[in-house]
Design a protein around this ligand. Structure first.
Ligand SMILES: CC(C)(COP(=O)(O)OP(=O)(O)OC[C@H]1O[C@@H](n2cnc3c(N)ncnc32)[C@H](O)[C@@H]1OP(=O)(O)O)[C@@H](O)C(=O)NCCC(=O)NCCS
Length: 148
């Protein structure tokens, strides 16, 4: 039997009036944030959900990331979707309108300005798909969270 104590203790985040959570990541317009279960977001990550952000179950986001559904500097806007089990490395930026597929693994310090398919390793500024993840890597993702 596999167990994942971190998941068993998982609690839905609470937002204060500034959008700050108890784990020191924050979301503006959090009423437009759709969160799956068991998401894990590192401290100092900033999410702007004005036009909608969806994070699927088990999504992991490192510390110091930025996820924008609106970017005032270059006047871009659009909902962002991150599929189940996707992982986003520390210090990455996800731009408005982007879809990141299920199980995608985004390397640290990436600038995600194009859609990323399911089950690939991608990183860089701008982001490039490096390769498909192997079946073994995908099964490790699933096993990490298996509580059966
Ligand atoms: C993307 C990642 C998963 C790849 O790990 P890996 O498979 O062990 O890859 P390696 O370290 O063997 O690197 C392979 C090559 O890709 C390069 N590379 C790895 N990650 C990179 C990144 N984020 N950006 C740019 N290049 C990267 C390496 O420099 C190396 O290049 P080389 O072959 O020219 O030497 C990992 O580097 C990463 O970014 N992890 C995120 C960790 C993180 O953010 N943790 C904190 C939150 S929990």
């Amino acid at each position: 039997m596999k167990t994942q104590p971190k998941i068993l203790n998982w609690k839905f985040p609470k937002f204060d009036s500034n959008g700050m959570t108890q784990w020191f990541w924050m979301c503006q317009h959090h009423k437009n944030l759709i969160l799956g279960n068991y998401i894990d977001i590192g401290a100092f990550t900033y999410i702007n959900a004005l036009y909608g952000i969806t994070l699927g179950d088990y999504v992991q986001i490192g510390s110091h990331c930025s996820i924008y559904s609106v970017s005032t500097i270059d006047k871009k806007k659009g909902p962002v979707y991150v599929g189940q089990y996707a992982k986003i490395g520390t210090h990455s930026t996800v731009m408005p309108g982007i879809k990141i597929g299920k199980h995608a693994l985004i390397g640290a310090y990436s600038f995600v300005n194009k859609n990323i398919p399911d089950g690939v390793l991608a990183f860089g500024i701008p982001i490039r798909v490096v390769r498909k993840l192997t079946e073994e890597e995908l099964s490790i993702h699933r096993d990490e969270y298996s509580i059966l």
